[in-house]
Design a binder for this molecule. Structure first.
Ligand code: SF4
Length: 208
């Protein structure tokens, strides 16, 4: 067997696919879809892109740290990858909590990032808040770990109004998918990293 660069990329691709837990069906919506830009989530479902090899590696490095922490903390009473599910009439909303401590009733959401933000990103707060709602917990923490070695922790308490907004977004997204209506763009600093930005900008031009 000859091992080349493309062999290694194939291994990385295979290991990511093996750990993939997002399966798209029409009646299942993921928390991570509705807490970020809805247009990006719509494109991800309807126009799947092959991630670049560099993006695969960055994802794998983030996953590695994630898995390592989860493995360690499960030996300290935490439970990892807790599935939460909320059954609406038309669809199910599902999510996977990174870490949950049943005795302390605390939810943790881990984020690896290139740079620690000064305050948590609103989409991450909405994600954590959804997990609190779906798990019937009051308190959680967003933990940012940067690739240059810094860590920041932001506490969050369940916010009922934010949960109501999230449910509205879930219904809006569900009906957008059913009716094949592309949701409105939701511009943010994260557009810089969006793999669909050119498609989005082009369609925005057509929508004006
Ligand atoms: S470029 Fe921004 S607004 Fe457009 S789909 Fe991507 S994240 Fe959403």
């Amino acid at each position: 067997m000859r091992i080349t660069k493309s062999t290694v990329y194939d291994w990385i691709k295979g290991s990511l696919a093996a750990n993939q837990r997002v399966y798209y069906t029409n009646d299942v919506i993921h928390v991570s879809e509705i807490t970020g830009c809805l247009r990006k989530a719509y494109y991800t479902r309807t126009t799947p892109l092959k991630p670049s090899e560099a993006a695969l590696i960055i994802m794998s490095i983030g996953n590695g740290l994630h898995n390592q922490l989860q493995e360690y903390l499960t030996s300290k009473g935490w439970v990892s990858e807790v599935e939460v599910l909320w059954n609406f009439k038309y669809f199910k909303l599902v999510g996977h909590i990174d870490l949950y401590h049943p005795e302390l009733d605390i939810v943790l959401e881990l984020k690896t990032t290139s740079k620690i933000p000064e305050k948590p990103y609103p989409n991450h707060v909405m994600q954590l808040n959804s997990y609190l709602a779906m798990n019937k917990s009051e308190k959680g923490y967003l933990i940012y770990i940067s690739r240059n070695g810094e860590v920041e922790v932001f506490p969050h308490r369940f916010d009922k109004e934010l949960w109501k907004t999230t449910i509205k977004r879930a219904f809006h997204y569900y009906f957008s998918l059913q009716k094949k209506h592309i949701p409105k763009p939701e511009p943010s600093p994260l557009c810089t990293y969006c793999p669909f930005k050119w498609k989005c900008y082009k369609e925005r031009g057509n929508e004006q």
